[in-house]
Design a protein around this ligand. Structure first.
Ligand code: BGC
Length: 631
């Protein structure tokens, strides 16, 4: 009997001892957590009526430091929360969790998607934030990456690749200033732009979001855009993104099983990272960037949000970045399998505000536990919340603004039209077809992009993935622009497929061809080229016209196998709402001045192309960056 008992005990001790140990540890942890989290009321320091942070003459860092000194742990963690507005099912959650920021993920709009609808919705959120003890205003972010394009009626500018083609920092600054005005008019005080990525592979679905593959062009235009957002009459917070190395990823390196290259591994070494990809961020920091978005990518095996040497070491310590680091969509949870450790590691690496984007309850709980267990220090939380407050003060969120902004004005449309005209790049004009005489007798127009405002806007317009065809967004199609610019006696005929009934040849045909909208990894494309329908439309047009001009409406350079047959070729990128800007240049009202913001491959085997224009297979490019016929 005795021996059986001893044997049984010996056999089970391998299980019992670790079990008891774990139970003891868990009870100790919970005892510790319970004491502080549930039993102790936080000490609330009430700010006096003349508290320093209320004084607008004090510098933002002084005001932020002062406000921080009155805040409880929970209030500080609350500032670190950035939540998608669709996860707010009950307004009171904003004050209960003391949230620092909300966002409209692309396509997340108010029930009534108008400028007034946006303003009403965001005002409600801000009022709820005012209910909190300290009444700290919310940051409200949106991806107004080519104007406030989610709001029908807003001015939609060319996507960044088109701005890159203008290479005109003054104009780019003005574009950003107008975008800020349209955002402020709807209550949005934060734009997730400018994009400082540098694409090296046209198969990536985000090529058009970037200005260029040239660090110098990206730096100059990025700073111009940032200043336009932050320093105009209606300032909004700018967010240079995505830190760092984005655009250098290799095909089939994506960590996301749905994608091929987006969210892939950044393969470059420390030297290339510092010489090519860090400089635009350094320039942005020197131009007073108040926040930076960290990408969803990995460098080596480690996700960006975990790269302490880059986030804290390089950005904050070496480059003196005083603003806050915000993670990208779910970026923090993707760092590690366990979301508690993922959050702890990212915050300790230097992430300040977390685009969760839905799960604020778990985040608050995790951060409190982590703090109580000593896994995330008080200093780190103070630093994160202090940086967010610093940005809010620097932006003037605590002080009465006087300017209200304006959505979709005639003056804004005029600048957008000018921007479109300056973004056009003339790549070929062998037979001197351009500019076309506006008094010409007859013009035939064909192609998928001619009468399609949704296509010419591209994605991030009303919907995240954009709308192919009829869109609630306001805009002038390229076809209507042509009709507006030609003389009254000119006959403009349109047939998308280019199959015109009459056999009588026209002196000129304009084929507007290109891509349907796409965003992010959903636009990763193994073979970005023209569709069979568009190729046929060009051929049909050629059979009806003496000369044919091909206009590409696309978010990236396309592989073109029939270029020799085109009399002229123009890259129009994704021009946005003002299609008449294209006609202005085609018909000689404005000269062609745009230049290629990135290298244009002749074949797929040339990909990726280095920033210096070296192709993967060593063969010559179709067009080099900076090329563009000026006439
Ligand atoms: C994109 C960011 C964007 C964010 C918020 C993410 O999917 O990568 O560029 O700012 O969503 O909409």
């Amino acid at each position: 009997m005795y021996t059986t008992l001893v044997r049984r005990f010996k056999a089970s001790r391998k299980i019992l001892i670790p079990l008891c140990g774990t139970a003891l540890l868990i009870s100790a942890v919970f005892a510790l957590i319970n004491i502080d989290l549930f039993d102790q009321q936080p000490i609330m320091k009430t700010p006096p009526a003349n508290a320093l942070y209320l004084d607008p003459t004090q510098p933002p860092e002084v005001r932020a430091g002062d406000l921080l000194s009155y805040m409880t742990l929970e209030e500080k963690i609350g500032q670190m929360i950035l939540i998608e507005k669709n996860s707010i099912h009950n307004l009171a959650a904003i004050s209960e969790y003391k949230m620092g920021g909300l966002l409209s993920g692309s396509g997340a709009k108010p029930e009534v998607n108008t400028a007034v609808g946006w303003k009403k919705m965001i005002t409600l959120y801000q009022k709820e934030a005012e209910q909190t003890r300290l009444g700290i205003p919310l940051l409200y972010g949106s991806d107004a990456i080519h104007g406030h394009a989610h709001v029908p009626g807003a001015t939609v500018f060319p996507h960044a690749i088109g701005l890159g083609a203008t290479n005109d920092p003054e104009l780019v600054k003005q574009v950003a200033e107008i975008t800020a005005s349209e955002l402020v008019a709807t209550g949005v005080n934060w734009n997730f732009a400018p994009n400082l990525d540098q694409p090296q592979d046209i198969r990536w679905g985000r090529v058009y979001e970037a200005f260029s593959d040239d660090p110098a062009r990206v730096s100059v235009l990025g700073v111009a855009y940032l200043k336009g957002l932050q320093e105009g009459k209606t300032p909004v917070l700018a967010t240079p993104k995505h830190f760092v190395g984005l655009g250098s990823m290799r095909w089939e390196s994506s960590f996301n099983q749905n994608f091929k290259i987006d969210q892939g591994k950044v393969p470059i070494d420390q030297t290339l990272l510092r010489t090519h990809y860090v400089p635009p961020f350094k320039e942005a920091i020197d131009a007073r960037a108040l926040s930076i978005m960290v990408g969803l990518n990995a460098w080596g095996e480690k996700k960006m949000v975990l790269q302490k040497e880059l986030l804290t070491g390089l950005l904050k310590e070496e480059l003196g970045f005083k603003g806050f680091l915000v993670s990208d969509w779910y970026g923090v949870h993707e760092g590690r399998k366990n979301i508690f450790w993922a959050t702890v590691s990212a915050v300790n690496a230097g992430m300040d505000m977390l685009m969760l984007p839905f799960d604020y309850k778990t985040f608050m709980w995790h951060m409190k536990v982590a703090n109580r267990l000593g896994l995330v220090s008080d200093e780190r939380i103070n630093d994160a919340a202090g940086r967010i407050l610093y940005a809010k003060f620097a932006l003037g969120l605590f002080d009465e603004g006087t300017e209200e902004g304006e959505v979709g004005s005639v003056a804004h449309a005029r600048v957008a039209r000018e921007t479109v005209a300056k973004s056009l790049v003339l790549l070929k004009d062998d037979n001197n077809v351009l500019p076309i005489d506006p008094t010409i007798s007859r013009v035939l127009v064909a192609g998928s992009g001619a009468d399609n405002v949704g296509r010419q806007m591209g994605a991030w317009s009303v919907e995240w993935q954009g709308i192919d065809g009829e869109s609630p967004a306001k805009g002038v199609s390229i076809l209507d622009g042509i009709k507006e610019v030609v003389s009254q006696s000119t006959l403009v005929e349109y047939e998308q497929a280019g199959s015109f009934a009459s056999n009588e040849r026209a002196p000129i045909g304009i084929a507007v061809v290109g891509e349907a909208p796409y965003a992010e990894g959903w636009g990763d494309n193994a073979n970005p080229t023209l569709s069979e329908e568009d190729k046929l439309a060009i051929k049909n047009l050629q059979s009806h016209c003496d000369k044919v001009v091909v206009i590409l409406v696309s978010g990236r350079p396309l592989i073109l196998d029939d270029i020799d047959s085109y009399d002229a070729l123009v890259a129009a990128w994704l021009p946005g709402s003002e299609g008449a800007g294209v006609a202005d240049v085609l018909f000689g009202r404005v000269p062609f001045t745009g230049t290629l913001p990135l290298h244009w491959p002749a074949t797929l085997s040339q990909l990726p192309i280095s920033s210096d224009g070296i192709t993967a297979d060593g063969t010559p490019l179709l067009f080099q960056r900076d090329f563009g016929i000026v006439k």
